[in-house]
Design a protein around this ligand. Structure first.
Ligand code: NAD
Length: 353
């Protein structure tokens, strides 16, 4: 598979976005976060999204260079308006503002509405953890059409409504929760389709409730996603409702009841300064002890060691920084076609002769 350095992909993504009228600063930021998704093993939310964003800009669903403005503000809180710009920009500004407020007041919450796809949600709690704070991030994903059925229901009502949390970890990598409150991210179904593979069991059901693993059923609107939790789907559904209340109601992005015509990711960021609760040395000691304790969990013969949330991302980052980022042939084809159309030069894959 064609393999690239992170710099090559950052430059390619940024140039494509700039050629599609995105201002340089926003394009560089978005490209950096897309490549972070590839580096951390979340290819579904990496540079493969560039052609989709370019298309959304052409369709006027994303407004390139839209400002992020403040609608309401107190010393600890704010509500921002992303004016339908690139989601990465609005979500980053909200996270930066929440961090700045938390440094002053030790606890903060910032919501942002009217922004497009924010990509890998984990990027934002990671920023908070890198600042030495605890970050909780909730994103209601009002996609084109509603995708997920409520537990016990037989019609799609909810977005995939992902949530994330980041905790500083003295071992270096943040403890990072980052997942959809549906069985999986919707892009994993699209990825299965591109690969010509079935979906996983328990991801989708047809509209009459019968199970299916055919991604086409979903893409043609004949199937809907299940909430996270399998037979215990009431818990994923409950989490999804909470995300919609925080991002749809408090951030004012609109709930599942008023789905956006295009993809809309209302985002709600909470920051907590751990030192408001315990001394840093004690925080570090207790986190490290918990990590060591969980790592030492016995496993079945032949099974890999138990990991902490966030370690998947840290391990992928270390491996891909070393080996480069492989793109699936179909992803590289789409990205190349998009770049050519925009007049952007293509990088030479590392493994090309
Ligand atoms: P996933 O199933 O890939 O789970 C990822 C989470 O599980 C991470 O916290 C990871 O550290 C942890 N993890 C993975 N393997 C582990 C292990 N063995 N032990 C312990 N922890 C482990 O998540 P998903 O629901 O498929 O979401 C994938 C991506 O899609 C995420 O980055 C998410 O933010 C993104 N997403 C974005 C949107 C949007 O609209 N912006 C919507 C849905 C999902």
């Amino acid at each position: 598979m064609p393999t690239f350095t992170p710099d090559q992909l950052r430059s390619l993504a940024s140039q494509c976005l700039q050629a599609a009228a995105v201002p340089e600063e926003d394009a560089v930021l978005t490209a950096r976060l897309l490549v972070e998704a590839n580096l951390t093993g979340h290819d579904t939310h990496g540079v493969r999204q560039v052609p989709r964003y370019v298309e959304l800009i052409r369709d006027e669903a994303i407004v390139p260079g839209a400002p992020v403005t403040v609608l309401r503000e107190t010393p600890t809180t704010a509500v921002l308006d992303g004016h339908h710009g690139l989601g990465f920009v609005g979500a980053t500004r909200a996270t930066e503002l929440a961090i700045a407020k938390c440094r002053e007041t030790r606890l903060s919450a910032v919501g942002v509405r009217n922004l497009n796809h924010v990509g890998r949600v984990g990027a934002y709690p990671e920023m908070v953890a890198a600042a030495g704070l605890v970050g909780l991030v909730y994103v209601n994903a009002q996609a084109r059409g509603i995708l997920v059925k409520p537990h016990g229901g037989l019609a799609p009502r909810m977005g995939t409504n992902p949530m994330g949390a980041g905790f500083p970890n003295p071992k270096g990598w943040p403890i990072l929760l980052d997942f959809a409150t549906s069985a999986v991210a919707g892009n994993k179904i699209r990825q299965a389709h591109t690969r010509g593979q079935p979906t996983g069991e328990g991801w989708i059901v047809r509209k009459d409730g019968t199970p299916t693993t055919n991604p086409e059923d979903f893409l043609e609107g004949l199937a809907m996603m299940l909430p996270l939790g399998g037979a215990q789907g009431h818990k994923g559904y409950a989490l999804s409702v909470m995300v919609d209340l925080l991002s749809g109601v408090l951030a004012g992005a609109g709930t599942a009841l008023a789905p956006a015509k295009d993809l809309n990711n209302g985002t709600f960021v909470i920051c907590i300064d751990p030192e408001a609760f315990v001394e840093r040395a004690r925080y570090d000691r207790d986190v490290e002890a918990l990590v060591d304790y969980l790592h030492a969990t016995p496993t079945a013969p032949g099974d890999p060691p138990v990991m902490l949330p966030g370690e998947y991302e840290a391990k992928h980052r270390a491996a891909r920084l070393e080996a480069g980022i492989e793109l699936e042939p179909t992803v590289w084809q789409d990205l190349s076609a998009c770049a050519r159309q925009l007049g952007v030069a293509l990088p030479q894959p590392r493994d090309a002769s």
